[in-house]
Design a protein. Structure first.
Length: 153
């Protein structure tokens, strides 16, 4: 039979476990995932998916085909555009950063770019792509909502 002291310890461990699980779940969903046709993309923004206004942010997008095969930048005619939100219909991009092949986590040669968001607020990062000769995926458009924080002082 439980004594009050043991029950208190059990409740504390249970709460700690729930909080730890919540922290892990929060980290796991920090990356944003979008799907277009047979292509999926996961965006990551350095550092820790928390870009700051006026500060260079490395953004990379892990592109995969249905089934999990990575799509490297060398197989994709990709264009990156950044729009301020709310986005007006037919709005011109605020930024069009040049893409470069980057290696991040388990991915090699995936699309990446340095982005400097001009001010805090909501943005949309859009990646469009078509297959280069010999690549086998459908044209895609992935739109990622990004919130940019004020620069830390």
């Amino acid at each position: 039979m439980f004594q009050p002291k043991n029950l208190s310890n059990c409740i504390q461990w249970l709460l700690l476990s729930v909080l730890a699980t919540g922290a892990i779940a929060t980290e796991a969903i920090a990356h944003k995932v979008e799907i277009s046709g047979d292509v999926g993309g996961t965006i990551h923004l350095e550092p820790n998916d928390n870009p700051q206004a006026g500060k260079a942010t490395l953004a990379w997008i892990a592109l995969t085909r249905k089934g999990g095969q990575t799509i490297p930048l060398q197989q994709c005619n990709c264009q990156l555009a950044v729009y301020a939100e709310p986005r007006q219909k037919n709005a011109a991009p605020l930024l069009q950063p040049s893409l470069k092949a980057v290696t991040a986590e388990k991915y090699q040669g995936i699309p990446g770019a340095e982005i400097i968001f001009p001010k805090p607020g909501a943005y949309q990062v859009e990646l469009k792509g078509t297959p280069k000769a010999g690549a086998n995926f459908k044209p895609f458009q992935l739109n990622f909502d990004v919130t940019v924080a004020a620069r830390a002082r």
